[in-house]
Design a protein around this ligand. Sequence first.
Ligand code: HEC
Length: 139
Amino acid sequence: MRDRFFAGAFIRPRTAAGWTLVAAVSAAAALAPVPVRAAGDAAAGRQVYVKRCLGCHGDLKTTSTFGPNLTGIIGRKAGTGESGVHSRALIESGITWDEASLRKFLATPTREVPGTNMPVDVADPQQIEDVVAYLRTLR
Ligand code: HEC
């Protein structure tokens, strides 16, 4: 928005075509800043995990009671983790977890694996990166 304001405030084209150009450039500026995804930060991911995942999944020290333990999740076949009750949907999904499949799953689990009991969507792409970086350390 600030870009558009500056364009309007300081650039004063003399022709209609000029204004169209300004509008196009400022619209592009408004659309362009797709945030560059920073690499995952495992420490930040740990915070997300403690808040949003630990209760169901446990971690290296805590046994999970509801969701499957995620220690060693990367490289493991979906639905084969210790403890926790797996849905048939997840077992039969054919997924072997890698970072790409985890990212997709964590964004919208029920869309990636219809019928899964995993209820948590992580909406923020940076939080996904961070939590995946943290999961990588659970081995
Ligand atoms: C309310 C409890 C709950 C919370 C909170 C939760 N999960 Fe889950 N999660 C589950 C359950 C239950 C399953 C098993 C789903 C199934 O079998 O369909 C699961 C499955 C998973 C799987 C697949 C495990 C496997 O063995 O294939 C991953 C990965 C996962 N969750 C990650 C996360 C992450 C990361 C978070 C935090 C952002 C999180 N979950 C939060 C309950 C939860």
